[in-house]
Design a protein around this ligand. Structure first.
Ligand code: SAH
Length: 347
């Protein structure tokens, strides 16, 4: 029988695993606490007897990410991690240090299958989904590395969270657990390219997370050329789902808009976007595009970004320009992994 990864178990699953071994239920909680405190082996769980540890190890292990490489920005302390999974796959995660605390950006899939034309993560499609434990371990490992608490999590790394929905829901319950990292749902953001049925389901759950939508274009004609998902769920349907989400949760939606030179950065695009935002409790995050080597898109010039923001503001739409962090270790969105894989090929 294949051994199970205890990091991927929630408290209930751990308790029944221990009961299955003929042990008391409370042992499950002890193990949960150890794992979420960041221990990497069962032998470190010193309040379990040696015999019990041996018994557990016959059936289970603790999956650990291995940091293959860590780039640290000299400017602002941003850290980019290249992690190797137990099966040898590679993912990346980012730590951003703000005055209000440490934010970790996690990946939820190895690669991505959404096919956005400006994104590096999707160039070779998706390899597999990450388990909830593997998503959680990005936070645990980074917390261990910096010796400081992570206060916020954004699901904005590689992959589409709503394309790995069940594991994401499990991850939320793990990371939010009072016996674990205890990170509040209000401190967690899920970013999606707009998978409407899953957004509706999420709305019905009334979680207090922040939902971010990768919009990037104000009309279907343009969005179709940038994001294949738009052919399935066009903007009107997407915005309807956003309104439903706001109605159900009372939470404001964040819209992400990456500004690409001469593609979506004109004043008329801004105007169109402002009209689209009417009646939605929203906030727009303007992101100067991160240049991806394999793609021909260029970042919008800063004066265009400011003008774009000005038009939105004039029409009553709140918009901020995302500050660039870690510019000296710039390996944007999925590029660190790609460079690593390419390096391996050339060896
Ligand atoms: N799949 C999810 C989350 C991962 S991407 C989503 O689509 O939202 C996180 C954010 O980075 C998304 O808004 C995505 O559109 C954006 N992004 C991807 N490539 C980018 C690039 N080259 N420059 C700027 N933002 C990019």
């Amino acid at each position: 029988m294949e051994k199970v990864d205890l990091k991927n178990y929630n408290l209930k699953e751990l308790e029944s695993f221990l009961e299955g071994l003929g042990e008391k239920k409370f042992r499950g909680k002890q193990i949960f606490q150890w794992i979420h405190k960041g221990v990497m082996t069962i032998d470190e769980m010193t309040n379990l007897s040696k015999e019990l540890r041996v018994k557990i190890k016959e059936k289970a292990y603790i999956g650990n990410l291995k940091a293959e490489n860590v780039l640290i920005s000299k400017i602002d302390g941003t850290r980019k991690y290249l992690f190797v999974l137990e099966d040898g796959n590679i993912i990346e995660s980012v730590l951003m240090r703000y005055e209000h605390g440490n934010t970790v950006c996690v990946s939820c899939q190895v690669g991505c299958r959404m096919g956005c034309t400006f994104c590096a993560s999707t160039l070779e499609g998706v390899v597999r989904n990450l388990t909830a434990g593997e998503i959680l371990d990005q936070v645990i490992s980074i917390q261990r590395d910096i010796g400081d608490r992570v206060s916020n999590v954004v699901l904005m790394g590689s992959g589409e969270p709503l394309d790995n929905y069940d594991e994401i829901l499990k991850f939320l319950s793990l990371v939010n657990h009072s016996e674990g990292l205890n990170i509040g749902l209000r401190s967690i953001t899920i970013s999606t390219c707009g998978i409407v049925p899953k957004m509706m389901d999420l709305a019905d759950r009334k979680l207090q997370i922040t939902l971010a939508i990768s919009l990037h274009a104000p009309n279907d004609g343009l969005r179709n050329t940038m994001m294949p998902v738009n052919r399935k769920y066009p903007i009107e349907e997407l915005l309807k789902a956003c309104k439903y989400y706001v109605d159900k949760t009372g939470r404001r939606i964040t819209f992400e808009y990456a500004l690409i030179r001469d593609v979506n950065d004109s004043e008329s695009h801004a105007l169109e976007l402002a009209r689209r935002m009417k009646g939605i409790l929203s906030h727009i995050n303007l992101i100067p595009l991160n240049k991806v080597d394999e793609r021909e898109y260029e970042s919008a010039q800063l004066d265009r970004v400011r003008k774009f923001q000005g038009v939105l503001k004039k029409h009553g739409v709140e918009a901020t320009i995302r500050r660039e962090l870690g510019s000296d270790i710039n390996a944007a969105c999925g590029q660190l992994r790609r460079r690593y894989l390419k390096g391996q090929e050339n060896k």
